[in-house]
Design a protein around this ligand. Structure first.
Ligand SMILES: C[S@@+](CC[C@H](N)C(=O)[O-])C[C@H]1O[C@@H](n2cnc3c(N)ncnc32)[C@H](O)[C@@H]1O
Length: 218
């Protein structure tokens, strides 16, 4: 996607701070184009948990992906901002709602994304959310997660520091609580289907990985 398209998405947002953040994030983070590649050929609706400002949804629409998308986040300010951007965009089938992912999930059968939010959950909350999210994936559909992985790398140390900085600057409501390991994902998600784990840090110093569950056809 071109820089002009990033600016178009950024211009949908109400405040200057959000507009600058959105343009910079889309320019520098390979996350959204990776998700677009995974979801491009699927007609299933998408549930995006911890959607923040809804960047994934706006990016997918700009890539011509027209499936219904529901984004949920427990930060009302971000949801308000995402809603204003959705109204301004006049894009169809795009909804954002205030919801704490620790209090269950709405009915859904489709694809599910959980991007950069698991570090705010305790190990038990992570396991419950992952199992619940996997149960919302349609046969043949995907649960796509990005998470920093706990391991012995320098990248992991930088990831923890970055999350504490986000809290200190009030960009995130919460401080990081717990980082899962690659083995945690394998153990929790393998009963639902095939699990793949690969690095997704792009040009960043973070220990981000992409975890993709492809749900078994039952
Ligand atoms: C690092 S941001 C990622 C935003 C978005 N997923 C993205 O990648 O563009 C983490 C998001 O998770 C949200 N979050 C954290 N805990 C949550 C919870 N319990 N329920 C819903 N959202 C939560 C935060 O409000 C924040 O918007």
């Amino acid at each position: 996607m071109s820089a002009a398209n990033f600016e178009k998405i950024a211009a949908l947002f109400p405040g200057r701070w959000d507009r600058n953040y959105v343009a910079a994030k889309l320019r520098t983070d390979p996350l959204y184009s990776t998700l677009a590649d995974h979801l491009r050929h699927s007609a299933l609706p998408l549930l995006d948990l911890g959607c923040g400002l809804g960047l994934l949804a706006f990016f997918l629409r700009a890539e011509g992906i027209q499936v219904p998308i529901l984004g949920l986040d427990y930060d009302s300010r971000k949801i308000d901002s995402a809603r204003q951007a959705a109204t301004r965009s006049k894009m169809a089938d795009l909804a954002f709602a205030h919801h704490d992912a620790r209090s269950g999930l709405p009915a859904h059968q489709g694809n599910v994304s959980i991007l950069d939010i698991l570090q705010f959950f305790t190990p038990m909350e992570q396991e419950s959310l992952l199992k619940l999210a996997a149960s919302r994936v349609a046969p043949g559909g995907k649960l796509i997660i990005r998470s920093g992985l706990r391991d012995a790398s320098w990248r992991f140390k930088v990831t923890v520091l970055g999350d504490w900085l986000a809290k200190a600057t009030f960009w995130m409501k919460a401080a990081p609580t717990h980082y899962p390991t690659a083995e945690d994902f394998q153990q929790i998600l393998t009963p639902f289907g095939k699990v793949g784990i690969s690095p997704l840090w792009g040009g960043t110093p973070f220990n981000n990985h992409l975890i993709v569950l492809v749900r078994d056809n039952q």
